[in-house]
Design a protein around this ligand. Sequence first.
Ligand code: 3H9
Length: 693
Amino acid sequence: MVAITEAVSLEKQGEIGMLWIDNPPVNALGHPVRKGMADGIEMAEKDDEIRAIVVICKGRTFCAGADIREFGKPPKEPHLPDVLNRFDQCKKPIISAIHGTAFGGGLETALSSHFRVAVPTAQFGLPEVKLGLLPGAGGTQRLPRLIGPQKALPLVATGNPINAEKALEEGLVDEIINGDLADGAVDFAKRVLAEKRPLVRVRDMNDRIDQARNKPEIFDDYRKQLAKRARGFEAPEACVKAVEAAVEKPFEDGLAVERALFEKLMSGSQSAAQRYYFFAERQVAKIPDIPKDTPLIDIKKVGVIGAGTMGGGITMNFVNAGIPVTLVEAKQEFLDRGLGVIRKNYDISASRGKMTAEEVDSRMGLITGTTSMEDLADADLVIEAVYENMNLKKEIFAKLDNICKDGAILATNTSYLDVNEIAAQTKRPEYVLGLHFFSPANVMRLLEIVRAEKTSIPVLATSIAIAKKIKKIAVVVRVCHGFAGNRMFAQRKREAEKLIMEGALPSQVDKVIYDFGFPMGPFALADLIGIDLGWDKDNSNSRTMQEVLCEQGRFGQKNGRGFYNYEEGSRAPKPAPEIDELIIEFSKKKGYIRREISDEEILQRCIYPIINEGAKILEEKIAVRPSDLDVIWVNGYGWPVYRGGPMFYADLVGLDKILEVLKKFQAEHGDDFRPAALLEQLVKEGRNFSSLN
Ligand code: 3H9
């Protein structure tokens, strides 16, 4: 074995040269790997004993792509496209032997090899689009040549991977190796030599692209398919353009198109935001005072209290991960209704082909419904998901303290209430914390783990681990009213409500927020959630727009009338001129002199206070770091990932500008806009939020 660089070595197995890549954790194609690959191929080609080369990786995966940490820094030769051209030109057969994930530049390496073999569990993907990029080392040109543009388009433009079986079916791999990959790859290489198979250079394969030439409908149709999910993103369209170039242009010209598009995306703010976000999501589980080796509590059985929308969704998360749940309701009829909703949700998934009828039954079989809290005696984790009432929650926790075994974790799903006060009802506050799921809990990825004053480190570490198991992105925050997410969200809600009093209309506010990239604006969202949420019917007296609307029976989507009107069976908001008139009339009655409000003001009024509140949350140490707040907003509130999150966006706008605008708003509208001390301090020191990550 000869070490070529610290990450690549060449081992001779008779006439086969094994080019081993060893760059933990994911064999990213950083400089030592690229240099090692280029020099290794050179060395193997010159070595008369070597007749074929196997490219293979140590550790958990084949190369998972370029090293994202190198992006934005001065590029260091050799560049990946040049290394891969070298692969193409090699006169000896190169076989990529794939396990784990051949992603991005990793798949491009495989595509530049002459043959590809893989283990059955391997995954193949070009996830660059998820980083706001496109494959920049020939992937957009080679993949359509190998599997045809129609099949290449979704891989390139959505970034979703395919498994080995599909890859074999589509001609992306030549053979599946059952058993040891290295042995299988050597055996394959020997057969290539024995059968004198010609080298297959993907760059020269033109049949599939010739068939697609002069058929613009292939791309038109795909663009239509992509339109909704790609709204606001620049990279997906660039991906389609690059594949189009593969069909229309000779290989080298297509590569030039790919390069130009790649460089444009790489220097833009969307990719910067998405790359930042990639690391933000991986940073979130790292809490400074929670050591990696903290002993975890074994969670074999979960209890959920409350079979309403939240409790049902929470239950589904655990049974989806194979963990049995005891679901408690106060009355049998509520329990039956809750279980019925869960089954209906699974049946819908089954009808869409996402699971089999047997899987529905086995998941339902993991749920034990009961009306007795005593049945939670053997649960390792209990999550209370009853409605937001402090007295009720206190009562439940006092009871749980008597029922649950020692060492069981007791969690509340409250969205606002003081978890310390709830924990104080028990003799084991170190086992109590908040697990704040977002609605619908079986769909939304965000989980706020609310760390109370006395919550122990093992309880927190266990909660982070269990969140991963149920496929949630967990962000640890501390106790305050609304925790991090809802506390920031309340700012936008308040400003949106003020803006329609001052002169804007719901449709104008919603359009600004939608165009910024949120899935919907605050008023369409209010209609979706239900305007009557939190409405006190008995004391309603037309004091707020909420009261006015609810008094008129306008509850939102649920009854087809809210800030907008809805046609039967449709969720699409239709204008409601009667509401616009009502708002104008109501605001005048309240003494507002309505004025024209610009879109820019709407955006700043709705977004800057979110950022400012984020700064206050950081100042109070409610959240660990700014990027955690961004993870909360992208996963829980529909913040467009191509804008990174509110704190990243603030850096992009410039903290000095944000501060200046907040001060102006403070002078005009009062202390809702009082700048956070942290924001003032960062501006004074010429720093940004990223410096705190
Ligand atoms: C590209 O290839 C461009 C080319 O087309 C053109 C070039 C010219 N770089 O996710 P995990 C780190 S763009 C650097 O927790 P998992 C990650 O930060 C690239 N670091 O593990 C983490 O570090 P830490 C296209 C990377 O098992 C650790 O590895 N490729 C990279 O859940 C473990 O990661 C992609 O976009 C990287 N490329 O999932 C693939 N990848 O431990 C991105 C990971 O310090 N990666 N790290 O927190 C993934 O999708 C997942 O990491 C993977 C493993 C599925 C591979």
